[in-house]
Design a protein around this ligand. Structure first.
Ligand code: GTQ
Length: 327
């Protein structure tokens, strides 16, 4: 047994995979006809890794899905110990409420649902916003299953009572300042629960045009909990990167398998493990996964913006994170 117990390198069953939005979109719209958000509680198409069938997992530790909400719908209030991130893929007019505060969901926004906080999602259904809203859900579901630490409760009312003004947490915690008596309202999770794309985009654009570009990552930033400098959630790290037009990235590999959502532009990723080589061409709203210790190489003729998340903070907390930047 020894070689399989302590393999020379990670030997994950997780496979590289790509979900083209054009293929997924008709199923999302069909799901909207088959069941309401209220009945489903969460109406989501799970992005299941082909190497992890039946596990609702995109990597060994992470879950990903595309959630859809139609104008006028509510995905009712509940809470669970699993942490969630939302990355808005398309549409306007929806909101997420966390712990009494609502935040609008706009394409490219990164939104957090901290562990054990009440949350519901809704769509105002205004005429000018009369279209479905779709977002990527990233949760640590398989990780909490592994630890047998998952609890959940459903709320009484469909929508929780709003107790704070919209955007208040961003003003309180998101201006590079913190309250003098900082109270860590969500424990180890960031007190900012929406990181608007507007600001991320502006920062990356400036870095692309005015700074040196990293040969592996392009211009890549990680989202932070402003109170700790660490990841926004204890179990998941999130990133946004911009590859300039003509970018030919150098290959790298890391122990944290990562899930990507393409925000703007197009490009390709070549993923290699032993003799297996796969290249995925991607465009806006496509999703792909790079498994642990697979070598990845990013390219973009036109330039692109990529959101990604992984379980890196757990690897780092356990002292087992490894990364190799190859030439
Ligand atoms: O929005 O709370 O995709 O509880 C899976 C489980 C979303 C959510 C998912 C969930 C949620």
């Amino acid at each position: 047994m020894l070689h399989s117990l302590v393999p020379p390198a990670p030997n994950t069953p997780c496979q590289p995979a790509l979900w083209k939005y054009a293929d997924v979109h008709p199923y999302l719209m069909q799901s909207g006809q088959l069941i309401t958000a209220e009945e489903a509680v969460r109406r989501v198409l799970i992005l299941e890794n082909p190497g992890l069938r039946g596990q609702s997992a995109i990597t060994q530790s992470l879950y990903a899905g595309l959630q859809v909400i139609l104008p006028g719908e509510v995905a009712p209030s509940h809470r669970h110990t699993q942490s969630a991130l939302r990355f808005v893929v398309e549409g306007h007019g929806a909101y997420t409420a966390v712990d009494g505060e609502r935040t609008p969901m706009k394409p490219g926004d990164f939104i957090i649902t901290p562990s054990w906080t009440w949350h519901d999602h809704g769509h105002a259904g205004r005429v000018e916003a009369d279209a479905p809203v779709v977002w990527l859900d990233g949760l640590d579901i398989p990780m909490l299953r592994f630890f047998d630490a998952g609890f959940a409760e459903s709320g009484g009312a469909a929508s929780q009572t709003v107790t704070r003004a919209e955007g208040l947490s961003y003003q309180r915690y998101g201006a590079n300042m913190l309250p003098v008596r900082y109270d860590a309202p969500f424990g180890q999770t960031s007190p900012i629960f929406s990181y608007p794309y507007e600001r991320t985009r502006e920062a990356l654009h400036a870095l692309e045009t005015r700074a040196d570009i990293d040969a592996w990552d392009g211009a890549k930033l990680r989202y932070v909990n402003p109170a700790t400098g660490g990841s926004p959630m204890p179990t998941m790290a999130t990133f946004m990167q911009r590859l300039p037009a003509g970018f030919e990235g150098k290959p790298y590999r890391q122990t944290d398998g990562a899930v990507f959502s393409v925000v703007e532009g197009s490009g390709s990723v070549t993923i290699t493990r032993n003799e297996q080589v796969q290249t995925f061409e991607f465009g806006p709203r496509d999703h792909f996964v790079i498994p642990s210790w697979h070598t990845a190489q990013l390219r973009s003729a036109q330039g692109c913006v990529l959101f990604s998340f992984s379980d890196r903070p757990v690897h780092q907390a356990l002292g087992i994170h490894r990364e190799e930047r190859l030439s």
